[in-house]
Design a protein around this ligand. Sequence first.
Ligand SMILES: [Zn+2]
Length: 411
Amino acid sequence: MTMLDLGQETERLLKWLGEFGKDSDGGVSRFLYTPEWVEAQRALELLMKDEGFTVQYDDVGNLYGRLEGTTYKDETILTGSHVDTVKNGGLYDGQYGIIAGIVAMKYLKEKYGQPLRNIEVVSMAEEEGSRFPYVFWGVKNIFGIAKREDVEDITDAKDIPFVEAMRNAGFNFRKEDSKIRNDIKAFIEAHVEQGGVLEIEKKSVGVVANIVGQRRFNIEVKGEANHAGTTPMGYRKDAVYVSSLIVNSIMDMAKKYSDPLVATVGKIEVKPNIVNVVPGNALFTLDVRHTHKDILVKFTKEVTDKMKEIASETGVEIKVDMWMDADPVPMDPVLVQAVKEQCDKNGLNYKMMHSGAGHDSQIMAQFVPTAMLFVPSHKGISHSPLEYTEPRDLGEGVKALIGAIYELAYK
Ligand SMILES: [Zn+2]
């Protein structure tokens, strides 16, 4: 199979899988434990069986397809990604990692026969948090770190309890005595980039060395609401004006730090939000990401100090609340090197990069050596029916995966 053949086969299967949960306008909405989700897992189960893989679900509904190893029977090389989508998502996010894994295993089986170590592809139950206020349900259950009490009282938008949805789909909580897997020697997740770097730099594959850490804040500026006509400029405590000064300095500081630091003020709420009233209150968010924790900490400390300084200079009150603090996650250096060598060996058009978004791999990496492979997202678009990746690039990603799995499972 050529790179293009691999890419076309991958695209065909992505379209096929995208039929489960297909929206009328062409997107895909496939939420955890819905009938569409169950159908997709069952369809993947049949596909895997047809390819001669041994198929198994775990307690919560992660689906595994396995090629048995001949020699090292307690060592497994794992690939795959999540089967759930966001509301009105595309054909690539999550799905690509599962289909790429299946296509790679099929290729390896046909070309080299049975591996020395087990190879498995996993279609993980959930990653996006689209239906219930909980993320990484699939991967967390692989390692027994999902807590029962965190989902016992949560419901979806239609007030259906998590537990009821899970049981209706035919699954249940992870049994206390279920074995934690210690056979996984490596995990490689193929995924779309969800950003525009690969396309801009005309690369087909990204070898991910790090997943960024993130800190998120709610910031409240409290000034004084007043009459827009009768309050002279010098007597105002204008929450929007002060917020604009703050946002301006955050962006200046972020630009000075430069890549890979990114800072975003994505949401602003103003009170009373009326044309002829000096705004008394402004609430905005800040999202900061970087691949190194020390820089993330340093930047957010400097920004916080600066915000307080501006507030005191302008005579307003400020509240800075950090409600999310996730450390960066490095991928396994040995595994990353192995993947990179395969890209060199196969003459792939790749670049080393970091991931600016969160993935199953960031949980996986806490337990097993983990690496990620990206393929381009056209115009950087993701979480949209407009997600697109050229078949050729899909094929290069699969080729990189094939090379890496061959190295790990057949030698
Ligand atoms: Zn994803």
